[in-house]
Ligand binder design. Structure first.
Ligand SMILES: [Zn+2]
Length: 218
């Protein structure tokens, strides 16, 4: 007798992420829950499951083709899901380096994130820390949960602002409630300055998705 289970590969942004097994009698809602668990994702994939650009309607439809593609929709998405609360990057500030900085406030070339250390055994406990990330392509929904204090390496809280130094970066993302994806690039090439963003409450926005690609200048 044929097994009721079907194995599916979940693909996101062109990268094979994980393999999940699901029963053919499952619903698409079950599949989304499975996928979110498997991906350890905060991303609502509610509207994002496609097979050859067609939104999947039920599991038996896809038993032959076992590759899933999760593509962020460019349409505004109402309700559901857990968006990423992160700086809108609308109010850039070019700042000079301080004469002295604690070892947990040093910026590296490329992208740096910030947060508050929550480890009471760490010298930087309750302090604002900078976490160098360098170069690469960053899925920010994941990145904010993988950002450790530079002193103790424990995950920081309030990781919601970004600092760029001597790099070129490209932002690609969708803010909740908006219909147009934001996509632009910028070069930060002054040795004496770095870029960050005003970070008051009103500067934080819910991103449906946010990807930042950072490359070196030469
Ligand atoms: Zn720490």
């Amino acid at each position: 007798m044929e097994s009721d289970l079907v194995n599916l590969t979940i693909v996101k942004y062109g990268t094979n992420l994980t393999l999940i097994s699901i029963s053919l009698s499952s619903t698409i809602a079950d599949l989304k829950n499975h996928a979110n668990l498997a991906l350890d994702s905060c991303l609502d994939i509610g509207n994002y499951i496609y097979e050859n650009s067609t939104v999947l309607k039920n599991i038996p439809d896809i038993r032959k083709k076992r590759i899933f593609e999760i593509i962020p929709s460019k349409r505004a998405i109402g309700g559901g899901g857990v968006p990423l609360l992160f700086n809108s990057m609308e109010k850039p500030l070019m700042l000079n380096f301080a004469q002295t900085a604690s070892e947990w406030n040093r910026l590296g070339k490329g992208m740096n994130l910030s947060g508050i250390c929550v480890n009471s055994a760490c010298q930087a406990f309750n302090l604002f820390v900078h976490c160098p990330k360098g170069f690469g392509k960053f899925n920010m929904s994941k990145e904010v949960h993988k950002t450790g204090c530079p002193k103790c390496n424990k995950n920081v809280k309030d990781c919601n602002n970004v600092f760029f130094f001597l790099c070129k970066y490209t932002v690609e993302g969708l803010i909740q409630g908006e219909t147009m994806e934001r996509k632009y690039s910028k070069t930060i090439d002054d040795q004496d300055e770095f870029e960050t963003f005003e970070n008051k409450d009103e500067d934080l926005k819910n991103w449906e998705y946010l990807e930042i690609e950072v490359s070196s200048l030469n």
